[in-house]
Write a protein that binds this ligand. Structure first.
Ligand code: F6R
Length: 267
């Protein structure tokens, strides 16, 4: 586990976006696991800019979103499909057929969730999974007490998540209000299958979830703590979200050493 603490969220976002662009250069048919929410918007705007200014090609990229609400139509302004169109898909030349979301339309949702997993496997697995984290430690919509081995399925959202989501409703007029209580989400086991995981967390509200995910015991009560079981995960933090970590100096030293090894051509 690597922990990168930046003074500002922008700096952390720049690092994460640059890593994705470098990976895309090496592998044009990169398989990306995508998150929604306010945290990854900066990454997406940098990817869009790179496509528009530097002609970075997304035509062979495959994407798998982590989650989607059950209930609202896919073109509802609060659906995660709409979010992704607005912040990424409409700004790059990703192929419509290469975009995947967990299933939210019945019948046979359980079978369709299994198909979603199979589609990820058929694509060769996720190369880079982008994650945010909820105040309650959820990753994707794997709420506290989700099995650490869970796969794609329908989850009931917690009160805390519903409250956090309602801030987006306040930005909209009343006809667009949405209060979904169910979502389809990739499981914790699905997330842990990704070859590389990049989690960003910014702001004081995330500090407790970040502390337990990195330094706390592994527990289904804090789903982010399952990431301790992954061998290639990086937390990109700002000063506020890292405020409760007890070993920040050590993480800084580890990063400095890694950069030195890199410069000396040893890595
Ligand atoms: C959404 C998702 C969630 C969010 C989390 C943080 O696709 O995966 O786990 O990452 O709720 O949301 P923000 O970034 O809005 O604080």
């Amino acid at each position: 586990m690597q922990v990168i603490v930046c003074d500002q969220p922008d700096e952390a976002t720049e690092l994460a976006a640059n890593e994705i662009l470098a990976a895309l250069e090496k592998k044009p048919d990169l398989v990306l696991g995508l998150a929604t929410g306010s945290t990854p918007i900066g990454i997406y705007s940098r990817l869009v800019r790179a496509h528009q200014e530097d002609k970075v090609d997304f035509s062979r990229v495959r994407t798998f979103n982590l989650d989607e609400f059950v209930g609202p139509p896919s073109d509802h302004p609060r659906s995660y499909r709409s979010f992704m169109r607005k912040h990424l898909f409409d700004g790059v030349n990703v192929n419509e057929g290469n975009i995947h979301f967990p299933p939210v339309e019945g019948p046979a949702l359980r079978d369709k969730c299994r198909d979603f997993e199979a589609t990820i496997r058929d694509a060769g697995g996720i190369d880079i999974q982008i994650l945010g984290i909820g105040r309650n430690g959820h990753i994707g919509f794997n709420e506290p007490t989700s099995s650490l081995a869970s796969r794609t399925r329908i989850k009931t959202l917690t009160e805390k998540t519903l409250l956090d989501n309602s801030r987006f409703d306040r930005e909209k007029d009343s006809t667009q209000k949405l209060a979904p209580t169910l979502a389809a989400t990739a499981g914790i086991g699905t997330i842990l299958d990704a070859r590389r995981i990049m989690l960003q967390a910014f702001g004081r509200a995330k500090a407790e979830a970040v502390r337990v995910s990195i330094e706390g015991p592994i527990s289904s009560f804090w789903p982010g703590s399952a990431l301790q079981l992954h061998d290639d995960v990086t937390f990109y933090l700002d000063l506020e979200s890292s405020a409760l970590l007890t070993m920040v100096d050590y993480y800084r030293q580890v990063r400095k050493n890694a950069q030195e090894l890199e410069e000396r051509g040893l890595m």
